[in-house]
Design a protein around this ligand. Structure first.
Ligand SMILES: NC(=O)c1ccc[n+]([C@@H]2O[C@H](COP(=O)([O-])OP(=O)(O)OC[C@H]3O[C@@H](n4cnc5c(N)ncnc54)[C@H](O)[C@@H]3O)[C@@H](O)[C@H]2O)c1
Length: 391
């Protein structure tokens, strides 16, 4: 079968996301299945060019996976004519300038979120990319999770009737790093290095809410740093200058529905899990409700809704969790990162439609920026539409 090779610079491939999700679970998984099938029968073969700061780490990753192309020289990688796509999963603070270089080099862009540290930077990137006619995409992996795919299916199928509210609970305890090592990198807790849970998670919540429910119209957030000191990768104690918990309320305008949906989402790295999954969304509508996690989704229809009566003098007599019904898979779900890579690759090579672009990424950055402003100023903020003529 004819094979077409596409060169992809992977910058930040030594990091958690770059290595595990994007290289191993996505691009190498595509190679393991013989390449990505294209509509004309060809197979697209991704050829990673690993880019990073440490020769030793890059060489080690390349050798482990039988790859030959790696360099610490980003401009040289971008100058290669066999490279068509630049992918960025570096720490957030390094992203914008690298994306600009790649756009200038005429490469298509695929990138982790947040696309930039502030809205002005994110909008400028989207404008520059449009102006140079390259294709661009931003990782929106949560949309491809089985639990959220099932939730989306319920919404599109009209299960909920009028949707009233969304309650999201995300988080887990991230160890401080002293008596047990932290399971997230320390830059996440330093504002100067692009850390903070608001800039990390609000871009995710933006695309989840926008894609499944409708336009995010307002934000009101309370943001805090619950754990003030942590210990870094070298065991050194440092001040946590970035927020580790964000409590957000968002109003959503849903096309064809009167009244805004109220979404409340708690995001925290300082919370212990008493849930079935690390993120869960409960959606309540006039006709039914659902609770969706990463993998699972349960529903309760109006007709099977019990009628609990408040009486604190008596112990609970019902098992409320038992009163929900499991939504079946009804399809196979691939790794979410891989599924989105495949869509982006087909967008680049055979021009299939793709909507999760740098403008979508900028709207996520906008929500984070306005969420932080809302918290600082103690008020709810309307979210203006972004378009190419406005920053
Ligand atoms: N889509 C998701 O679900 C998801 C989840 C976690 C993180 N992310 C995003 O992915 C990006 C990377 O996060 P991660 O958790 O993989 O981080 P990480 O610390 O594990 O990896 C960061 C990478 O950036 C590189 N880097 C380049 N310049 C650097 C510098 N000056 N200081 C430190 N590292 C530098 C590192 O070498 C490494 O390859 C972030 O932008 C983050 O917001 C996305």
């Amino acid at each position: 079968m004819a094979r077409t090779t596409i060169g992809i610079v992977l910058n930040g491939v030594t990091g958690r996301m770059g290595y595990r999700q994007h290289l191993v679970r996505s691009l190498l998984a595509i190679r393991e299945q013989g390449g990505l099938p294209l509509p004309d029968g060809r197979r697209l073969w991704p050829e990673p060019v690993l880019v990073g700061r440490s020769e030793t780490k890059l060489r080690e990753i390349a050798q482990r996976h039988g790859l030959t192309e790696w360099t610490t020289d980003l401009p040289a990688a971008l100058a290669r004519p066999d490279v068509q796509i630049y992918f960025d999963s570096q720490v957030t603070a390094q992203r914008e300038k690298a994306l600009r270089l790649a756009i200038e080099a005429g490469k298509h862009i695929y990138t982790e979120k947040p696309t930039a540290e502030d809205l002005a930077g994110a909008v400028e990137l989207a404008r520059l990319a449009d102006a140079s006619s390259i294709k661009h995409g931003v990782v929106q992996d949560k949309l491809f999770l089985p639990g959220l795919r099932k939730l989306d299916r319920l919404v599109r199928g009209g299960f909920f009737g009028r949707i009233l509210s969304v309650r999201g609970e995300f988080g887990y305890w991230v160890f401080e790093g002293d008596w047990q090592t932290a399971q997230r990198p320390s830059w996440n807790y330093r504002a100067a290095d692009g850390g903070g849970i608001t800039v990390d998670m609000f871009p995710h919540w933006h695309y989840v809410l926008e894609q499944i429910f409708g336009r995010v119209a307002t934000v009101a957030a309370h943001v805090t740093t619950h754990v003030p000191h942590r210990w870094d990768e070298a065991g050194e104690r440092y001040d946590a200058t970035a927020d580790d918990a964000a409590y957000g309320i968002f109003e959503i305008e849903r096309p064809g529905q009167d009244g805004r949906i109220v979404a409340q989402i708690n995001s925290s790295w300082s919370v212990r899990v008493y849930r079935d999954e690390l993120v869960e969304f409960q959606v309540d509508g006039t006709e039914g409700s659902a609770v969706a996690g990463l993998r699972n989704c349960r529903i309760q229809h109006r007709a099977s809704t019990p009628k609990p009566v408040w009486n604190p003098d008596l112990p609970a007599t019902e098992d409320f969790r038992d009163q929900w019904q499991v939504v079946p898979d009804n399809e196979e779900f691939d790794n979410g990162f891989k599924a989105q890579w495949e869509l982006f690759l087909r967008h680049v090579v055979v021009d299939e439609p793709y909507s999760w672009d740098l403008w979508a990424g900028a709207r996520g950055v906008q929500l984070a920026e306005l969420g932080l402003r809302s918290a600082r100023e103690g008020r709810r903020i309307e979210i203006p539409d972004l378009d190419a003529g406005q920053a």
